[in-house]
Write a new protein. Sequence first.
Length: 282
Amino acid sequence: MTEPFPPSASSTTLKGFAGNILLVGAGKMGTAMLQGWLRLGLSPRKILVIEPQPSDELRALLKEGLTLNPEQPAGRIAAVVIAVKPQTAPETMTGLMPFIASETIVVSIMAGKTLRFLENALAGRALVRAMPNTPAAIGRGITVAVPNARVSATQRTSVHGLLSAMGEVEWIEDETLMDAVTALSGSGPAYVFLLAETMARAGCAAGLPAELSETLARATVAGSGELLHRSQLPAATLRQNVTSPGGTTAAALEHLMAPDGMQALMTRAIAAAAKRSRELAG
């Protein structure tokens, strides 16, 4: 029986987004968001960017109407997206108030900076704290968002559209879950890359040439990830489908699924990352 696959992601559009967007910080994640908005049809004329060290690509958008490092608002600012490093947050916040009107929604993707921190800095504002991950750079990330009590249904819909430019979006109501979110999906790409690294080294130990082993490991992890993305089946079922009793895969999984194997190791790793996230939040 042919395995069912879900339809492709809907063609989200931002062409009708009301008002302008101010992006504060155009590093890797900020740039990924910007590229996603443009890809979804948002006009550069609706985008303002504050970035002290703009890239050549960012400067090139000036010809298309993007506003760089404005000293004052240009038109109605519907959303302010803060994508700076958390260490620079206090100084960044002080210069944002002129751009934030009563109806402006503020979205922060700063790691570790809580809604309470944002509320103290931007009192009385509608706020969303979000945690994306690095596959956002190719539109295949996943972002978890949590709103404060001032966010309206309309604002939530608008923010969902903005974050969808990076990939999938999930919403939670309990902010305390963000530490575990950070540990699982925020830091998670590094775990997958490490898997590819360790598989390649193990292939070398089994006798494969280094270049071939690297190629096989990368292709296997990437292809398996794409299958997992497109399939409606649980990960456990996909694993079982390639595991014949008494076969080579079963022999390997006997070690990986031992009591002290991958599950125990990953549980400890994610717990350590969540603990560190709580520490960084203060």
